[in-house]
Design a protein around this ligand. Structure first.
Ligand code: G6P
Length: 470
């Protein structure tokens, strides 16, 4: 039976230790959900890092447990976690691809480790590979992997999807190892991004840095052709639409409503400097300064999910958020109202659903974001069709969700004006916009995204075949 091998930096599983035993819990991330039955029925294998440092003596046990879920671990040493994951992935590629080049640290040891960990992933994949399997690689941590696998498995169909933006060439060229990264990606037969702009930037970088040509969205490289296309990722719409009907969620909604004073603007992000968290808080502060009538009338419910907190810039950001929120709350709070309800932790899907349900406004204002699925989750959760989405024009989602209030996240006054517009928006207008966005998010859901990508991989295979038989 031909299988699909998914390769991503992290496996879709959460591992914890309980009474000396490892406990595995499948995480229902977007991709795992989108794969649906393929993920469950065994015609799929998933290669990736289990996400924690597991001592060598425990690795055989974990490997066995993971095998029963069709998951194959790539174990990383603490040094590889420091240099490949925190270093090259999150201190070079992440900031540069999000246009925050001053955060980048171009260290040769990071790059060396990045290449050797990509080789480790290649070896693990090759070991698991059966003739006829197709390979789908995910994201920026594995940019060298397509060509490493192409060298070993020359006739295999390889797809690559990048979940974060691909920057304009003038930004990308700053990376010392830029040509090696492009050559790595060009090992794939199909390369996908969320938006057409990412595709355009990639085509431009590839044609300037390597001797390839392109016509429309097809790259010609020797006797191979590579399709480069946008695949805007969706969410599991049905899940988010049904969650507010669950008894537990209904109870949480009642609870939140009983404590609600004034209206609620919600924001949910991983801790990350690309998410525009500080600018958003400043927009709330500006609102209270310039429109004091809204003091006590609107509060920000802000969830920041801990992430990459061993990387220095993330630690600093956390301190700045704590300080700014503290100042604003100290200045504007009243005895029975707090301007910013700030949580630095993660919540269950049920609690998030209750938050989406009670939020009159959802503020999604990243400085740069590949797609941003929170915006889509809010839309899917608004079963009564009210609510206003304020969305950054720098998020991939803004290319689809035109009926949000679109803002420039660098313009704090613009965000503040959008909040005022949202607060004053009549319910009929909220409904009109929300209905259009809901139908779009429902139609272009994650299952459709997965099936589109996999079927384009089949087209890419036919294209290679026809070139060989010419
Ligand atoms: C983004 C990236 C993913 C990554 C996730 C969480 O969504 O596109 O590849 O897995 O962030 O980040 P982490 O560093 O915790 O894996």
């Amino acid at each position: 039976m031909s299988r699909t091998i998914i390769i991503s930096n992290r496996l879709p599983v959460k591992i914890s230790k309980n009474n000396g035993k490892y406990v595995l819990k499948k995480s229902e991330g977007g991709l795992a959900t989108g794969l649906g039955d393929v993920y469950k029925n065994g015609s799929m294998l998933w290669v990736g890092w289990p996400g924690i440092d597991i001592p060598e003596k425990d690795q055989p046990e974990i490997t066995k447990q993971l095998a029963s879920l069709n998951l194959i671990p790539v174990f990383l040493t603490q040094e590889e976690i420091n240099l490949f994951y925190e270093g090259f992935s999150n201190e070079v590629l992440w900031p540069v691809f999000h246009y925050l080049v001053t955060y980048a640290r171009f260290e040769q040891v990071y790059w060396d480790s990045y290449v050797s960990v990509n080789e480790k992933f290649a070896a693990a994949t090759q070991h698991a590979f059966n003739e006829g399997d197709k390979i789908w690689i995910q994201d920026y941590q594995l940019l060298c992997l397509p060509s490493l696998l192409r060298e070993k498995l020359s006739n295999t169909t390889i797809g690559f999807f990048q979940h974060i933006p691909f920057p304009s060439f003038e930004i990308f060229r700053l990376i010392p190892w830029r040509d090696k990264l492009i050559e790595g990606m060009l090992g794939a037969d199909l390369i996908g991004f969320h938006t057409y702009d990412d595709v355009r930037h990639f085509l431009s970088a590839a044609s300037r840095l390597t001797p390839v040509t392109f016509s429309s969205n097809i790259i010609s490289m020797g006797n191979r052709q590579i399709i480069v296309e946008p695949f805007p990722m969706g969410i599991d719409y049905d899940k988010f639409e049904k969650l507010p009907l669950k008894r537990q969620v209904l109870a949480e909604i009642d609870n939140l409503n009983s404590e609600k004073r004034g209206r609620i603007a919600l924001s949910i992000d991983r801790l990350d400097y690309s998410k525009g968290i500080l600018e958003r808080i400043r927009a709330i502060e500006l609102l209270f300064q310039l429109h004091p009538k809204f003091i006590g009338e609107i509060s920000l419910l802000m969830v920041v999910v801990p992430s990459r907190d061993t990387v220095p810039q993330y630690k600093e950001l956390k301190e700045k958020i704590d300080q700014l929120v503290g100042n604003i709350n100290a200045k504007y709070r009243t005895l029975d109202w707090v301007p910013i309800n700030y949580f630095y932790r993660s919540f269950s899907m049920e609690t998030l659903s209750a938050m989406y349900s009670v939020a009159d406004i959802c503020l999604v204002t990243p400085m740069r974001d590949g797609m941003n699925l929170v915006s889509k989750e809010y839309v899917a959760s608004r079963t009564d069709e009210t609510g206003v989405l304020i969305l950054s024009e720098m998020a991939g989602a803004s290319k689809e969700l035109n009926d949000a209030i679109i803002v420039n996240p660098n313009n704090i006054g613009d965000i503040m004006n959008a909040i005022v517009e949202a607060l004053l928006m009549p319910v009929e207008e909220q409904r009109r916009r929300m209905q259009i966005m809901r139908s779009l998010v429902s139609k272009f859901n994650v299952k459709r995204w997965v099936s589109n990508f996999l079927s384009r991989m089949d087209d890419a295979k036919l294209l290679q075949h026809s070139l060989k038989t010419k």
